[in-house]
Design a protein around this ligand. Sequence first.
Ligand code: ZN
Length: 156
Amino acid sequence: MTMSMDSMYQQIILDHYKHPSHHDLLDPFDAEVHHVNPTCGDEVTLRVRVADGTIADLGWQGEGCSISQASTSVMSNLVVGKPVTDALALQQKFLELMQSRGGAELTEADEDELDDAVAFEGVSKYPARVKCALLGWMAMKSAVAEAGWGEKEAGV
Ligand code: ZN
C-alpha cells in the first residue's frame, strides 16, 4: 500500500505539531518577537541569536492550530545554522509557495530546499489558512531584522 502525497504531507504536519523542533525560548538572545494571527487565534513568541550573519540559534513557543505550530517547527529546523541571507531567501520562496493558490510548480531544487516545508503546499489552496502557515516565517523575518540583520543589512 502506498501513501498518497496528501496523507504523507498530513503526517509530516502532524509529527511536527506533536513533536515541535526548537520549541523552547533560548536565553541569551539577540531579539524576541511576538506574532499573532487573529483570524485563527495562533500565537508565536520567537527568539533568535545571530552571529556573524548566521542564525546561530532560534527558539520559540506558541499556541494555535496544527498548521501554525507545525510550520514554525519546520521553519526552525530549516533556518538554524544558515546564513541570514539564505534564511530570508527561503522565507521568500515559502511565501511565494503560500501565495500560489495551489498552482505552484516546484522544481526538484525547490523541493530539496524547502524540505518538510513542501508539506504545506496544499495549504495555499485555502486563503484563510495561509496566514497560519506563514506566522512563524514572518516572525523569523522580523526577529532577524530586530537583531540588526534585516534584508538591507544582510544584502538580500
Ligand atoms: Zn491557524
